[in-house]
Design a protein around this ligand. Structure first.
Ligand code: GLU
Length: 430
C-alpha cells in the first residue's frame, strides 16, 4: 500500500497500452529532484522541535513544477514522490503549461499553536526557497494547509529574494494576489465532472444517493454544491467517523455543526458510522475526499455504488481498480476529478504574473471549459483503448508529457525507439 508503488503500477499499466520503451519508463519513474530538509521550530514551551520536510520535483518538461504542500503526520518520502508524479499527470490532462511537484512536512498541525505553525511554514520556505519561484516551482495548499499558511510562505520568500513575486505560490488570500474562486476550485472542478457524468448517464439528481468521505475544503464544498442541485447527500465522514441519514442530511446544518464541534459525529437525526464501515454504505455516488489508500483489495468487493469520483489523491489502490472495473463500477480518477484546484492555481499564477485580476465569473467559465474538455478527452481515450478512465487519463497525460520531453531533448537524442510500435498520436482537443 505504498502510494509510490501504486503510482508506478499505474504507469506500467499505461505503458503496456502505449508501448513506449523502458528508457522513458525509467525517466518517468523517479522525481527529477527530491529535497529532504530538517526544520527546527522553537515551541511555545521554549524547547526546539525538528520537523522533517520534503519537496519532490517530479517532471518539468511542460513547464515549472507545480503542486501543493501537505502538513500531516503520515507524510513520507514515498508519499510526496507519488503525489508529485500524479501532479505531473494532472497538469498534463488539463493541458496546463506546468510540470508536477509536491511537498510535505511530517507534523500534526492540529497540535501546534498558531505561532508554532507560522514558524514551521516560514522555516520550510527558508529551507527550500532556492528551488522555488514562478518559473521554477510553484507551491499551493494541500491536506491541512490553507490560504493563511500560503501568505506566511509568500512573505518569507519575498523577504529572502527582496522583491514581490506573488506568482511563486497559489491559494493565497485575495488581498495578497489570490484568485477569485480558488478556495472552492477543487470542489467546483469535481462538480463539473460529476455534472458531465450525470448528463452522459442521464442520472436524476434527486434519486441519487451520495456519500462523501472527508469534510475538509473539497469534501464540504462539494457537498454544498451537490445538495443545491438536489442530490441526496446521505452520509459524510471526517477523520473521527461518519454520519448517515438515508433520507438525506441537511448539509448546511451539518457543516455548521462540524465548524463548531470539530466533528460531524452525533448529528441530529443521523446515525454514527465507524470509519472502517463508512465506504460500504450503499449509494449511487461515492466520493472519497480525504486521503490515499482507502479503497483496497479488502473492501473493493464490499463497496455498493455505481460511481466513484476520486476527490482525494490516490484513494483507490491498483488492485481495487481492477476489481471495481470488473464489477462495472466507474472510477473517475483523481488526476481528472480533483484537477480543478490546480487549474485555478494556474489561473492565479497567470493573474499574479500579469498583475491583472479576473472576475469570479470569468474564473468559473474558464474552469468549466477546461474540466469538460479534459473529461471528454479522457473518456474518448478510455473508450478507444477499452480501459478504465484512470488508464485513459494516464494515456492522455503521457502522450503530452512524452511529446514535450521529446521536443525538449531534440529528436536526435531521443530517437532510440520512443515507441516500440507506431502510435496514433492524435490527442483529442489538441
Ligand atoms: N493540492 C492540490 C492538488 O493536489 C492543488 C495543487 C495546486 O494547486 O498546485 O491538486
Amino acid at each position: 500500500m505504498n502510494p509510490y508503488q501504486n503510482a508506478l503500477t499505474q504507469l506500467k499499466c499505461a505503458q503496456k497500452i502505449l508501448n513506449f520503451d523502458d528508457n522513458i519508463f525509467r525517466i518517468l519513474s523517479e522525481p527529477k529532484r527530491i529535497l529532504e530538509v530538517a526544520i527546527p521550530v522553537k515551541m511555545d514551551d521554549g524547547s526546539i522541535k525538528v520537523f522533517k520536510g520534503f519537496r519532490s520535483q517530479f517532471n518539468d518538461a511542460r513547464g515549472p513544477f507545480k503542486g501543493g504542500i501537505r502538513f500531516h503526520p503520515r507524510v513520507s518520502r514515498d508519499e510526496v514522490k507519488a503525489l508529485s508524479m500524479w501532479m505531473t499527470w494532472k497538469c498534463a490532462i488539463l493541458d496546463l503549461p506546468l510540470g508536477g511537484s509536491k511537498g510535505g512536512v511530517v507534523v500534526d498541525p492540529k497540535k501546534l499553536s498558531s505561532r508554532e505553525l507560522e514558524e514551521l511554514s516560514r522555516g520550510y520556505i527558508r529551507a527550500i526557497y532556492k528551488y522555488l519561484g514562478q518559473d521554477q516551482d510553484v507551491p499551493a495548499p494541500d491536506v491541512y494547509t490553507n490560504a493563511e499558511i500560503m501568505a506566511w510562505m509568500l512573505d518569507e520568500y519575498e523577504k529572502l529574494i527582496g522583491h514581490h513575486e506573488p506568482a511563486m505560490i497559489t491559494g493565497k488570500p485575495l488581498s495578497l494576489g489570490g484568485s477569485r474562486g480558488r478556495d472552492i476550485a477543487t470542489a467546483l472542478g469535481a462538480y463539473y465532472i460529476i455534472t458531465e457524468t450525470v448528463k452522459r448517464k442521464k442520472i436524476i439528481p434527486k434519486n441519487t444517493r451520495v456519500i462523501i468521505q472527508g469534510a475538509g475544503n473539497a469534501g464540504s464544498n462539494l457537498a454544498i454544491l451537490l445538495s443545491k442541485d438536489g442530490f441526496k447527500i446521505i452520509a459524510m465522514a471526517d477523520s473521527k467517523g461518519g454520519v448517515l441519514n438515508p433520507k438525506g442530511l441537511n448539509v448546511k446544518n451539518l457543516l455548521a455543526r462540524k465548524e463548531k464541534n470539530g466533528t460531524v459525529l452525533d448529528f441530529e437525526g443521523a446515525k454514527n458510522i465507524k470509519s472502517n464501515k463508512f465506504l460500504e454504505i450503499p449509494c449511487d455516488i461515492l466520493v472519497p475526499a480525504a486521503l490515499e489508500n482507502v479503497i483496497t483489495r479488502k473492501n473493493a468487493r464490499k463497496i455498493k455504488t455505481k460511481f466513484i469520483f476520486e476527490v482525494a489523491n490516490g484513494p483507490v489502490v491498483p488492485e481495487a481498480d481492477s476489481i471495481l472495473f470488473k464489477r462495472k463500477i466507474e472510477v473517475v480518477p483523481d488526476i481528472l476529478t480533483n484537477a480543478g484546484g490546480v487549474t485555478v492555481s494556474y489561473f492565479e499564477q497567470v493573474q499574479g504574473a500579469q498583475n491583472y485580476y479576473w472576475e469570479e465569473k470569468e474564473v468559473f467559465q474558464k474552469l468549466e471549459k477546461k474540466m469538460k474538455e479534459a473529461y471528454l478527452a479522457v473518456l474518448s481515450l478510455a473508450e478507444k483503448y477499452k480501459t478504465d478512465m484512470r488508464t485513459g487519463a494516464l494515456i492522455l497525460a503521457l502522450l503530452r508529457v512524452i511529446e514535450a520531453m521529446k521536443k525538449e531533448a531534440g529528436s536526435k537524442n531521443f530517437k532510440t525507439n520512443l515507441y516500440k510500435k507506431k502510435l496514433e498520436l492524435k490527442i483529442p482537443f489538441n
